[in-house]
Structure formats: structure tokens, C-alpha cells
Design a protein around this ligand. Structure first.
Ligand SMILES: [Zn+2]
Ligand SMILES: [Zn+2]
Length: 260
């Protein structure tokens, strides 16, 4: 899907009240939110998005005294990207001294009402970022307004998304290897004779007793009885029954735990 740009003319932008400062490129983009309450009816009514974008321009021009909306672009719940200052223009929303480093993209998300980003909201932000990269020389960084500036913006859910690397929704990340409770092989052979002693022996004995039903004292001393248990276990597990707990025998002992 190509970017769904809403031109300044289309959203009824007022002209800037002064000359923009130009820039050639930025390190990246900072993500903002509107904060406050966003009426959930906005989800089904894009005209509310347009009105919100206009209200932000009013506030920035006449409340903050800026020449224009402080953002480079705004994005809504319908995956539309509103052109604000646009590419190659210094934004005003990142905070004094921080504006030439990053473009500013604001999502119409609040901290009450509409708070949790939808896929379309996130895709709109990504569309805006890609547009600023292609048209405005934005670098790879994606940060939040609160990076380097004392603010809650862009709110908890959006900031978590930014911190996760602004992943594209709908792309399932490769599964992390399942958490394993199995202790790793201690890296030495448990054998008899002579008696092998240690906490690794005790761990293996407990596993033999508790998980595999052997009658075995977990005394941390690998002796005759441990060796016999080991051989029986190895035969059951189709392993070479040498009575020595090496890597394969250890793994087999804890294998069930790998699968939980
Ligand atoms: Zn902000
Ligand atoms: Zn909308």
C-alpha cells in the first residue's frame, strides 16, 4: 500500500506565519502523541481526525506562538499521513535544541479514550517515517519525544513500541527459543569409581528420583547405586549404557523440562 498523504490543502491548513528554517537531513524521527482525551468515536469518523489536526495547528500557532504546527507530519487511526511542516523543514515539537536532529511525527493518540495503538495507527506512523526518509533525508533513528526531553510523550504504549524498534505490525517476529528450565550440562563426567562428588551430582540424582522414579539418595556422591541407576536409565533412553553421565545422558535426564 502506498502512502495515503493528506495535503495541507486537503486538511485546510492555515499558511505558516513566518519563514521555515530549512534542513537537509536528520538523524531520524521522533514520535509524539497528542495526549489528553481522544474520543473513541474518532475511530469511525475521519472528519474528527481532520478537526483534531486543525485544532493542533490553532494551538501551536496561537497558543505556543509558533509559525506553524510543530510537527513534520501527523498520522491518524485511518492510516493517513497529514502533511504538516513536511520534509526539509525544522520542526518545533521536539523541544528547544532538539529539532534539527529529528523530524517530529505525531499520532492522534491520547492518554485517555483512544490510547492503545491499532495496526493502522502504527502503519501510518511507519508510512510517515518512510516518507520523511525518502523525501527528507531522515536517518534510521526512531525515538520518542521523551528521549532527551522531560515529557510523557508519546505515552506508554507508543513509547514501548518505539523502544521495541518500531516493528511493523502484522510481521510476526521469529520465535525466541522457548525458555528452558533444564540445567545445562556441568561440563564434566559424573562417574564411578572413584566417587564423583558435587552439586551437579545432587542435581542429577534429584532428577533421577523425582522425575524418573528411581530410588536414589540425593547425597551428591556418585557411587555404585548412582551408576546402576544411570545404566538402567541409559538403556531406557536408548543410550550407550556405560554408567557415566556425560552430555547426552545429562540432556536425556532433563529432556522433559526442555519441552515445557
Ligand atoms: Zn511530543
Ligand atoms: Zn483519520
Amino acid at each position: 500500500m502506498s502512502i495515503d498523504l493528506v495535503t495541507r490543502k486537503a486538511w485546510g491548513a492555515r499558511a505558516p506565519r513566518g519563514a521555515y528554517s530549512r534542513l537537509t537531513s536528520t538523524r531520524g524521527v521522533k514520535v509524539h502523541y497528542t495526549g489528553g482525551r481522544i474520543d473513541p468515536r474518532m475511530l469511525d469518523d475521519h472528519s474528527r481526525c481532520v478537526a483534531a489536526v486543525q485544532a493542533i495547528q490553532d494551538h501551536h500557532q496561537f497558543g505556543n506562538g509558533w509559525i506553524d504546527t510543530g510537527y513534520s507530519a501527523l498520522t491518524c487511526w485511518h492510516r493517513k499521513v497529514f502533511v504538516a511542516r513536511g520534509p526539509h523543514v525544522v520542526p518545533a515539537a521536539n523541544g528547544a535544541g532538539l529539532n534539527s536532529g529529528h523530524y517530529a511525527v505525531c499520532a492522534l493518540a491520547g492518554n485517555s479514550g483512544l490510547v492503545e495503538p491499532t495496526d493502522d495507527l502504527l502503519l501510518g506512523i511507519l508510512d510517515a517515517i518512510e516518507w520523511l526518509r525518502a523525501e527528507g533525508g531522515a536517518g534510521r533513528e526512531v525515538k520518542g519525544h521523551r528521549d532527551g526531553y522531560s515529557t510523557d510523550c508519546p505515552g506508554k504504549p507508543l513509547y514501548a513500541w518505539v523502544k521495541a524498534g518500531a516493528p511493523r505490525p502484522g510481521i510476526v517476529p521469529p520465535p525466541a527459543s522457548p525458555p528452558s528450565n533444564a540445567p545445562s550440562w556441568p561440563g564434566r563426567l559424573l562417574e564411578f569409581p572413584p566417587i564423583t562428588r558435587g552439586s551437579d551430582v545432587m542435581q542429577w540424582q534429584r532428577q533421577m528420583r523425582d522425575a524418573h522414579g528411581f530410588e536414589l539418595a540425593a547425597d551428591g556422591a556418585y557411587g555404585q547405586r548412582s551408576r546402576d541407576v544411570c545404566k538402567t536409565f541409559q538403556r531406557r533412553a536408548d543410550l550407550d549404557d556405560d554408567g557415566i553421565v556425560g552430555r547426552l545422558t545429562w540432556r536425556a535426564a532433563f529432556a522433559d523440562q526442555d519441552e515445557t
